[in-house]
Write a protein that binds this ligand. Structure first.
Ligand SMILES: Cc1cc2nc3c(=O)[nH]c(=O)nc-3n(C[C@H](O)[C@H](O)[C@H](O)COP(=O)(O)O)c2cc1C
Length: 408
């Protein structure tokens, strides 16, 4: 059994340990550019001891954004991205870029989706994506991956989960196409596989390629484990992925399925524009359901994928301390991915290295969730005071101004 604190390899990249900061959308970019706060956020994770931090969700094209301020691989964003990767490297950690297209979860209607549906997230009907747009979006993934290499990233993580575009193609509930992208599992997986192939063709072995793939959408008729296992096997056989991170849930239909724990209705309502506030308070419980939390809560399903593939795997979901890390290693996972526990304590890996009994202070209250468009943070920690520009201000690198959800 590997020691979680020992170095590990993902494709061509050596990580100093096996702890990866999972993507938590930071809400810290401004007008598509990296800000000093976004750099600081990842430097804190790196200083805290992770082997690799993940810059969350960088859209591959403008129509794939979940936030109007999101970075989407425009040339102007490159100086800031380079600055970020250099700052993380100086702390001894690797840095990954999560790339993807939000599909039906994109913030602006009409959102692109496999099939037309009424779409709460996009606030209107989604539009069934045509072949030309499919080709464009696949090519945009390849371009994003190439730019990630140029910007100094060690890895890209392709988002194949949470009912973003690739994941909504996989879901039988969201995809009723009758062309080569719908129907059989092989057809529904075509977009994800073509995307991964385009990314591999674009970057070869210059950086590591991870895929974050759903195991279960979390609603009847969605994509489930019985289909996720063959898709994981195909990705392995295609040779397009260096490591798999299995996830769950749907930002579109059942967001809490991934998180488990408390449902912060009041905090969600607070960041919504006026008329939506009341709606969230009244019917929010139906959309934001409560699931019991326990440490390592995705292990049971992820173990079934583990049994079928040889690719390195990251265990995600309620990884909070040494006990669940050791359990993951004992079960054959090569890495662990942590999100909320590191929002609460970015230095948790260092604390655990010093004392394996260090407990996580994360209470899975999930009040961090609605902060992710205004500067993601743990609600139990005082907001940090504004920082000075200790890393200089290269071109294309601006401080984020206050930006409320209602502006999106
Ligand atoms: C505030 C917040 C923002 C998140 N943003 C993203 C994201 O942009 N992309 C993604 O794939 N997952 C995102 N996630 C999900 C996490 O990566 C992770 O899968 C989930 O929190 C479960 O891991 P945990 O139990 O360690 O928190 C987010 C989670 C939180 C709490």
């Amino acid at each position: 059994m590997a020691d979680v604190l020992s170095p590990g390899w993902i494709g061509p990249v050596r990580l100093r340990n096996r702890i990866v900061k999972a993507a938590t959308y930071e809400g810290l970019s401004h007008r598509g550019l990296v800000t000093r706060d976004l750099v600081d956020f990842h430097v804190r994770c790196a200083r805290g001891g992770v082997g690799m931090t993940t810059v969350a969700y960088l859209a591959v094209s403008r129509d794939g954004r979940t936030d109007r301020h999101q970075v989407c691989w425009a040339d102007e964003a490159m100086p800031g991205l380079r600055h970020l990767t250099e700052a993380v490297h100086r702390e001894g950690a690797a840095v990954s870029a999560q790339i993807g297209h939000a599909g039906p979860v994109a913030y602006r209607a009409p959102a692109l989706a496999p099939s037309r549906r009424f779409n709460l997230a996009g606030r209107g009907f989604s539009r069934a994506i045509g072949k030309a747009d499919i080709d464009r979006v696949v090519a945009a993934h390849a371009r994003a991956a190439r730019l990630a290499v140029e910007a100094g990233f060690d890895a890209v993580e392709v988002h194949l989960g949470h009912n973003y575009l690739a994941s909504s193609f996989l879901s039988p509930a969201l995809n009723d196409r009758d062309d080569e992208y719908g129907g059989s599992l092989e057809n529904r997986a075509r977009f994800a596989r073509d995307t991964m192939r385009a990314v591999r063709d674009a970057v070869g072995d210059r950086i590591a390629i991870l895929a974050k793939l759903n195991m279960d959408d979390g609603y009847p008729g969605g994509f489930g484990l019985d289909e996720a296992i063959p898709v994981a096997c195909w990705l392995e056989a295609d040779g397009t992925v260096d490591a798999l991170e299995m996830t769950a849930g749907s930002s579109l239909r059942n967001p809490m399925y991934l998180f488990k724990g408390d449902v912060p209705i009041r905090e969600f309502a607070a960041v919504m524009p006026g008329p939506v506030k009341l709606g969230v308070r009244l019917v929010g419980r139906r959309f934001l359901r409560r699931y019991p939390y326990r440490d390592g809560y995705l292990l049971e399903d992820a173990r079934k994928v583990r049994a079928e593939v040889r690719l390195p795997m990251l265990l995600l979901g309620g990884v909070t301390g040494r006990a669940v890390m050791d359990r993951a290693m004992a079960e054959g996972f090569e890495f662990v991915a942590m999100a909320r526990a590191l929002l609460r304590q970015p230095d948790l890996p260092r604390l655990i290295a010093a004392d394996p009994a260090t407990p996580s202070l994360c209470t899975h209250c999930n009040k961090c969730m609605p902060t992710n468009y205004t500067g993601v943070r743990c609600a139990l920690v005082e907001p940090a005071s504004p920082r000075s520009g200790s890393w200089g201000t290269p071109a294309g690198y601006v401080p984020r101004q206050a930006s409320a959800w209602s502006e999106r």
